[in-house]
Design a protein around this ligand. Structure first.
Ligand code: SF4
Length: 104
């Protein structure tokens, strides 16, 4: 299962986290939703592989500890999504296809 490319219409924004949106459902610690809008990471799919952090030329991602989540206990949080240059590198290297880039 990959991130829903239509999440901006199929899900509701339920929170703000460090300046980016969170699209629910969010039921911590087991369900965390999707973080980010144009750089969107489905935290419920993220396995903390880290390929996106290595691939991103703009350092958009930072680790966020998520203890108790069944898929992984840290997530690649799109903390600096405003810096994204839409190179698509992160989307193409993510093993579980948890990232959706939507150019503005
Ligand atoms: S599309 Fe490129 S610049 Fe944007 S977050 Fe992904 S790797 Fe970084």
């Amino acid at each position: 299962m990959a991130i829903d490319p239509d999440f901006q219409t199929t899900r509701q924004k339920v929170a703000d986290h460090e300046g980016h949106a969170v699209f629910g459902p969010e039921e911590k610690p087991a369900k965390l939703g999707i973080h980010g809008t144009w750089v969107a990471v489905d935290f419920d799919l993220c396995v903390a592989d880290g390929a996106c952090l290595d691939a991103c030329p703009e350092n958009v991602f930072a680790w966020l500890d998520t203890p108790g989540h069944p898929a992984s206990e840290k997530k690649a949080d799109p903390l600096r999504e405003e810096a994204c240059i839409f190179c698509m590198a992160c989307e193409s290297v993510c093993p579980p296809v948890a990232i959706k880039i939507t150019p503005k």
